[in-house]
Design a protein around this ligand. Structure first.
Ligand code: GRG
Length: 301
């Protein structure tokens, strides 16, 4: 599929602006007392992220026949969970990173204890938002509860946390391809999957559609991770916002370290092709998700 970066950037920008405005609305609770923790939550959440996951929630809701507005609380909740995971991932006891998106990490600004609490508070706030919405929304309550359960599972010990545990256990060891794939499908893939499935469920997508969107999510997660690993080898530090070569420095097995760069690129291309194939049932309506998959091959941050 042809990919036009300029046109993609225009398409994603309008979506990012929409999500950004909704996130600002959703987090008015962040003006509460005590100021320190709410300021730190704000710092973590409004720090230049691409907003891929909330955009996916909204796109999938539209594909399912619903509205972006009905999907926004779930979209914002997932971005809060993503932000929490980054704050904790950067801590000295995890990846020990000083910079994220080119800015000092949360613990560098607010101290380690406050950064732990900031992550905890963002995770809790996400479920507060989801449950408040369950009471207030026009969306069928059964769908909303299904979405809360999908998000909780994806963020928990059988999803993102489980992936992080495998990641920590694997540091300094040579892990095989199957373990690497499982690690990332849990650590990164599950939250992408929950984003797309949540939007689709809220929008009222039927089961065959949900299966197709799940296939897309699985392949997107793989493509995204391979591209992330490639960027860590040969990205531009100014664009990725952290030092290049951090995976090697931390003795992490990555797709390039296991397969080499050429084979990793080949696998990235195949995953993107699978993403595009999964979207066939949706035709032109899935144009943006198609572009998003292609973006993983050309992204610089
Ligand atoms: C510590 C609870 C806990 C979980 C850690 C998801 C995760 C598990 C850690 C994130 C660290 C990381 C760099 C994962 C690799 C792929 C990834 C999720 C990159 C960041 O996602 P982007 O590019 O982030 O969507 P932006 O900056 O755009 O928000």
């Amino acid at each position: 599929m042809d990919f036009d970066m300029k046109s993609f950037q225009k398409d994603i920008k309008t979506r990012q602006e929409y999500v950004e405005a909704c996130l600002q609305n959703c987090v008015s609770l962040l003006d509460a007392y005590p100021p320190l923790i709410h300021e730190a939550m704000h710092y973590a959440l409004f720090n230049g992220g691409k907003r891929l996951r909330p955009i996916m929630v909204c796109e999938a809701a539209l594909l399912g026949g619903g509205s972006r507005e009905d999907a926004i609380p779930a979209a914002c909740a997932i971005e809060m969970i993503h932000s929490y995971s980054l704050v904790h991932d950067d801590l000295p006891c995890m990846d020990d990173d000083d910079f994220r998106r080119g800015k000092p990490t949360c613990h560098k600004v607010y101290g380690e204890a406050n950064a732990v609490l900031t992550g905890d508070a963002l995770l809790t706030a996400a479920f507060e938002l989801l449950s408040q919405n369950a009471q207030a929304s026009e969306v069928d309550l059964g769908r909303t509860i299904r979405v809360i359960s999908e998000i909780a599972r994806a963020a928990g010990s059988r999803g993102m946390i489980g992936g992080q545990v495998i990641d920590l256990e694997s540091e300094g060891k040579n892990i095989d391809f199957a373990t690497l794939k499982t690690l990332h499908s849990l650590k990164t893939g599950e939250l992408f999957q929950a984003s797309l499935r949540s939007g689709a469920i809220l929008g009222g997508m039927d089961e065959p559609g949900l299966q197709a969107i799940t296939d897309y999510a699985r392949n997107f997660g793989l493509a995204f991770q391979i591209s992330d690993d490639i960027l860590d080898v040969q990205g531009d530090e100014a664009l990725i916002g952290k030092p290049v070569g951090s995976d090697e420095k931390n003795h992490k097995t990555t797709y390039p370290s296991l397969l080499g760069l050429a084979k990793s690129r080949e696998m990235l291309k195949e995953s993107v092709a699978s993403c595009i194939q999964s979207l066939e049932p949706f035709g032109e309506r899935a144009a943006f998700l198609r572009e998003l998959a292609c973006f993983t091959m050309y992204r610089e941050s």
